[in-house]
Design a binder for this molecule. Structure first.
Ligand SMILES: N[C@@H](CCC(=O)N[C@@H](CS)C(=O)NCC(=O)O)C(=O)O
Length: 342
């Protein structure tokens, strides 16, 4: 009783502060179902991950993860609203309950996954930090950056990992921090900084937006591990499982050759037991997740399997032209792997 009282006191204090980091199991799904949409935190605008298109729709792999959650929960991938957040705002937005899920090129680290009332639900993209420099600087390796002025985004692992790298290699640098990546890119262009650093997936996109992209080169080093994935509030295992298994479903669908084009036909006619379970033709594996029987069919039909979503947003046919690399499936040279539906 005493313990219950003190827990209640903490929860009341947290509520008064607008902090709902003591999320209760079931609370998020209930709230999402009541309001009729998923509120999804994305970046301020990062090509390939989440960026408004000409019509103002947010497009990218991070946005599609949220659409997939909406497809699983509602059978309708359009039931999602986006909040554009910069790096500094993102965690408070999730802790306070302003967003239901944060899907914003956010690196999974131990401190973010333990001390902040938050928990990572998986990895949508394995990334790492790199450097973009003006060719005029005449350097071909990060080890030659001693004394450089470096543009960095505030509130990121980039700030921390770049500092470690320079210290570990006995190099000096002057950081200039900004709240948005556009400001960093402008400063690289104006010559205020010699180097722009960020997750490598973004360096190519940022270079493509400069007035003279061919004046700049991405250095070969990747100096950190940046596994990017969706984050939810700790304490609501039900919602955590829904986001986690949405991602697993997209990976498993790719592994089994189930695509947005063939998923409906496969759901009806498949003879493969794994596919039958995943698509709801055999058993009800959505039930314990509090999802409809056809949750995976809806994810894949409306949003796509992992490979389709990767290619559409980041792959060869896009301005980013990113190889699957580490993000290929485990049985195809990469490390993307999902436990089975059964
Ligand atoms: N993955 C790193 C970096 C995330 C980050 O915020 N990167 C910048 C530079 S690529 C960004 O997303 N800028 C876009 C924005 O301003 O919303 C982290 O989780 O701290």
């Amino acid at each position: 009783m005493k313990m219950l009282k003190s827990t209640l006191a903490v929860m009341t204090a947290a509520a008064a502060l607008g902090i709902s980091s003591f999320a209760q199991a079931g609370a998020t799904l209930d709230a999402v179902q009541k309001k009729g949409f998923v509120q999804c935190g994305v970046s301020d605008g990062l090509p390939g991950f989440s960026v408004p298109d000409a019509k103002g729709n947010i497009v990218g792999i991070d946005a599609d993860v949220c659409r997939a959650v909406a497809a699983a929960v509602f059978g309708d991938a359009t039931k999602v609203k986006f909040s554009q957040l910069n790096a500094k705002e993102r965690f408070t937005a999730l802790q306070s309950g302003e967003v239901d899920v944060l899907s914003r090129n956010t690196t999974w680290t131990s401190s973010r996954d333990s001390g902040m009332g938050l928990v990572f639900a998986g990895v949508t993209y394995y990334d790492g930090i790199g450097f973009l420099v003006n060719k005029k600087l005449g350097v071909s390796s990060a080890k030659e950056l001693d004394g450089a002025t470096i543009c960095i985004q505030a509130g990121t692992t980039t700030e921390l990992n770049v500092s470690d790298y320079f210290r570990a290699n006995g190099l000096k640098y002057t950081p200039i921090t900004f709240d948005t990546s556009d400001e960093s890119a402008k400063s690289l262009e104006s010559g205020r900084c010699d180097v722009l650093t960020s997750d490598k997936s973004q360096l190519y996109a940022q270079r493509s937006k400069l007035a003279a992209p061919t004046d700049y080169v991405v250095l070969p080093e990747t100096i950190s591990k940046e596994p990017l994935g969706p984050v939810v509030r700790k304490g609501d295992e039900e919602w955590f499982s829904i986001v986690k298994w949405t991602l697993f479903a997209m990976l498993n669908a790719e592994e089994m050759g189930i695509t947005s084009k063939n998923v409906e036909a496969e759901a009806k006619a498949t003879k493969n037991p794994d596919v039958a379970r995943m698509l709801g033709a055999d058993g009800e594996y959505g039930k314990d997740l509090k999802l409809p029987k056809d949750w995976v069919v809806q994810i894949v039909k409306q949003v796509g399997n992992y490979g389709e979503v990767f290619e559409k947003n980041l792959g060869k046919g896009t301005p980013l032209q990113i190889d699957r690399g580490l993000n290929a499936l485990w049985n195809n040279g990469g490390i993307q792997y999902a436990p089975p539906v059964r």
